[in-house]
Design a protein around this ligand. Structure first.
Ligand code: ADP
Ligand code: MG
Length: 255
């Protein structure tokens, strides 16, 4: 097995002013791994994903994505802070799906999926259109390609958002509670698409409280609380044999 890591965090700290939100996160995500992250509201889950995706700067500790230190470029043995356009470049390699889908309201599903490859990567429209149509097929929405977001259910919008992220051919996908805003009957289709993506070998970090998904699809499960990783292991280990009281108390609420 390759010892290459897609994400490596070493003592990652993040504070907002005097509030310490991440207090030393250590974890590793291997290529092809699906890591699920659970933990109470306010424990720093979103902040950690945002650090991976260059949306927040780490205050101390180190964070690598695919072997590169986030926010820096190495030249010889010197580190240089990335410029804005370099950060933008790095962010393109990571797909992120939020609780709120944030589709462009004035564009159809197909146009939403096509937008970034055309505008950002300047790829040829014809090629992008074909790929976007294929992606919509993969998320089960071939028949909705011409619909505007307002004409789609929340679950359909979220699947378009996933297809839109995939259109940039990311090497890593981050999901921040992708099903929390959905009516219960729409959750399954979105999780189904994520499961399919996992089966195809995508590396994923998924903040979710869908414990069925974590158990069946996750390779690893991390429980965060108060800005630290309290416990991590295989989903089976963490769910059936939690070692810490805080993990037990949390699981009692979500299972
Ligand atoms: P989670 O996703 O686990 O619910 P978050 O990462 O969203 O947790 O938030 C962790 C803590 O950081 C919360 O107390 C939140 O209020 C605080 N926080 C998050 N973003 C900011 C920000 N931009 N400025 C100040 N505080 C923030
Ligand atoms: Mg959050």
């Amino acid at each position: 097995m390759s010892d290459r890591l897609m994400v490596k965090a070493e003592g990652v700290h993040k504070n907002f002013g005097r509030v310490e939100v991440l207090k030393g996160i250590d974890l590793e995500v291997r290529p092809g791994e699906v890591m699920c992250v659970i933990g109470p509201s306010g424990s720093g889950k979103s902040t950690f994903l945002r650090c991976i995706n260059h949306l927040e700067k780490v205050n101390a500790g180190k964070l690598w994505v695919d072997g590169e230190l986030v926010g820096y470029r190495q030249k010889g043995d010197k580190l240089y802070e990335l410029r804005d356009h370099e950060v933008a470049q790095k962010r393109r390699e990571i797909g992120m799906v939020f609780q709120k889908f944030n589709l462009f309201p004035h564009m159809t599903a197909l146009e939403n999926v096509m937008e970034a490859p055309i505008q950002v990567k300047k790829e040829p429209r014809g090629e992008v259109r074909e790929r976007a149509a294929e992606l919509l097929r993969q998320v089960g929405l071939s028949d909705k390609a011409g619909n505007y977001p307002a004409q789609l259910s929340g679950g359909q919008q979220q699947r378009v958002a996933i297809a839109r992220a995939l259109a940039m051919k990311p090497k890593l996908m981050l999901f921040d509670e992708p099903t929390s805003a959905l009516d219960p009957e729409l959750v399954g289709d979105v999780l189904g698409v994520m499961r399919q993506l996992a089966d195809e070998g995508m590396t994923m970090v998924v903040v979710t409280h869908e414990m069925g998904f974590a158990r069946e699809v996750g390779d690893s499960l991390v429980f965060m609380d108060g800005g630290v990783v309290v416990e991590q292991g295989t989903p089976r280990e963490v769910i059936t044999d939690p070692q810490h009281e805080r993990t037990k108390a949390f699981l009692a609420k979500v299972l």
